[in-house]
Ligand binder design. Structure first.
Ligand SMILES: [Zn+2]
Length: 80
């Protein structure tokens, strides 16, 4: 990176430092919420993940694989 570019970035950072701080704070807060949710519902989430289900196409898979399965060739061949 050229010195000129570095200076521009430095200047930008200085001008936006409050904004960046705020952004980081919010990011942490939002992440914390998600983490809290995960910890409170860990067992439930794990149980749900383990649950098996059978699709209309005849495949069986774990519930958390549903979205991936619905994109699979086998499933889409059945739908078509
Ligand atoms: Zn399917």
């Amino acid at each position: 990176m050229s010195i000129e570019k570095k200076n521009i970035k430095k200047k930008w950072n200085l001008e936006n430092i409050e904004h960046i701080k705020e952004y980081n704070k919010n990011y942490y807060k939002n992440n914390k919420k998600a983490l809290d949710y995960y910890h409170k519902n860990k067992d439930l989430i794990n149980e749900t993940k383990k649950e098996k289900m059978t699709c209309i196409c005849g495949s069986s898979f774990n519930k958390h694989m549903k979205i991936r399965h619905e994109k699979s060739i086998k499933h889409n061949n059945y739908i078509d």
